[in-house]
Design a protein around this ligand. Sequence first.
Ligand code: NI
Length: 169
Amino acid sequence: MSVLEIRKYPAKVLKQKAAPVTAIDAELQRLIDDMTETMYAAPGVGLAAPQVGVSKRLAVIDISTKGAKMPLLVLINPVFLQREGAIEFEEGCLSLPEYTAKVERAEKVAVRFYDRSGKEIELEADGLLAVALQHEIDHLDGYLIIDRISPIKREFFKKKFAKARKTGK
Ligand code: NI
């Protein structure tokens, strides 16, 4: 296993809609292992394939580091079956280091996906797991948390980002 390079904003791959996984083969298993190791090393509670430069509908989530009793989740081609309610949550992202923003998400979700053995899974989630699922599936559609905040806040972020880039900070 190896730790992969995490792509950061404004990398193009983060803005792309990722393609469905078409084969759960040895190459994909290795990518899953490498992404898992990369997520733990960061550390983060989730990581989507576009964040390591692979535009495929694959993500890993482990919220147990935040005290939840939930095993590592490997999500292949996840889709929402249901979304209800609304919560606001302070989110960060490994592709936007040192930035957090309050993002409004559905409070409860139901998702369907394939696990790494190719088994179809349906999962209902609320709280942190629901937020993590929406955050990671957003990555597969080319959305970051800065796409989920108000236009004014987004402008503020972009200005700050441009300035930091210029001064090298
Ligand atoms: Ni993220």
